[in-house]
Design a protein around this ligand. Structure first.
Ligand SMILES: Nc1ncnc2c1ncn2[C@@H]1O[C@H](COP(=O)(O)OP(=O)(O)OP(=O)(O)O)[C@@H](O)[C@H]1O
Length: 245
């Protein structure tokens, strides 16, 4: 679905990406993991043309991303940032409906699709009438997901979709998301800091460090055959409750 070829990106003197080659399969979930500042969000932003590489090519569905075709290409991609990235002055329902209205969908169709997706994302009835400030972080996150799914894009890009949520909600949403991804058969690319979450949600993990891909493979491959000591350390760096007991 996406092909990144020799991508390099600098911000001033900071090298964000340094020769990234990446192939992202369709109808599968890929998680970008790595330390802070490794370039994960930069990769995600490049997939949707929110950032452009200094060098290299990003291909989406076989076609290079092009500024002049970006709007059309973006309609096929749902993008969710942390906490949903909702407009605070619009109700959740209006946030969800925004793009469909711009595209001239009839109100009845918008309402029906919103209801169907809210159900799919386990958002209780009535919540869509609230403003983002009246929702919990987990609910905002799900509204963001509903909004991203509205046009039924084949691709979903999720930047830290479950960051900053309490562990119970996070656990619940991880389960819901995994089921959702499996049901919908979409190409999903997500960024997370949580290795266990990446392993739970994704078929393929891509581990970045200092703007380069260190290893790509299943969680099992990264744990059992780490490409170097950094991979081994990163994959096992998180404490489990067992360590403390
Ligand atoms: N707009 C920007 N201006 C300047 N530097 C930037 C900008 N965006 C990213 N960077 C820098 O590029 C590098 C990669 O950033 P990026 O956000 O992709 O990392 P990340 O792996 O997603 O980090 P985190 O896990 O902390 O979110 C970092 O050093 C960051 O400070």
């Amino acid at each position: 679905m996406f092909e990144l070829q020799d991508i390099a990106k600098r911000y001033g003197s900071v090298v964000a990406l340094d020769g990234v080659d990446l192939h992202i399969d369709s109808a599968a979930t890929t998680a970008l993991i790595g330390p802070s500042g490794a370039g994960k969000s930069t990769v995600l932003r490049m997939l949707i043309g929110l950032d452009w590489p200094d060098r290299g090519v990003v291909r989406f569905d076989g076609e290079p991303l092009r500024r002049e075709r970006l709007l059309e290409q973006r309609r096929r991609i749902g993008y969710v940032i942390q906490e949903g990235g909702l407009f605070p002055h619009l109700t959740a329902a209006d946030n969800v409906a925004l793009v469909a209205r711009v595209l001239g969908w009839p109100a009845a169709k918008i309402e029906e699709r919103s209801r169907e997706l809210a159900q799919l994302c386990a958002l209780p009835d009535g919540l869509l009438q609230r403003y983002p400030a009246e929702l919990s972080g987990g609910q905002r996150q799900r509204v963001g997901l509903v909004r991203a799914l509205m046009l039924d894009p084949p691709v979903l890009l999720l930047d830290e979709p479950l960051g900053a949520l309490d562990p119970v909600i996070r656990h619940e949403l991880q389960a819901q998301m995994r089921e959702l991804f499996a049901t919908l058969g979409k190409t999903v690319v997500l960024v997370t800091h949580d290795v266990a979450e990446a392993a739970w949600l994704a078929d393929t993990l891509v581990l970045l460090r200092a703007g380069r891909i260190v290893q790509q493979g299943s969680a099992r491959e990264l744990v059992e055959s780490p490409a170097d000591p950094f991979v081994a350390q990163f994959m096992t760096a998180q404490r489990s409750l067992d360590d403390a007991l």
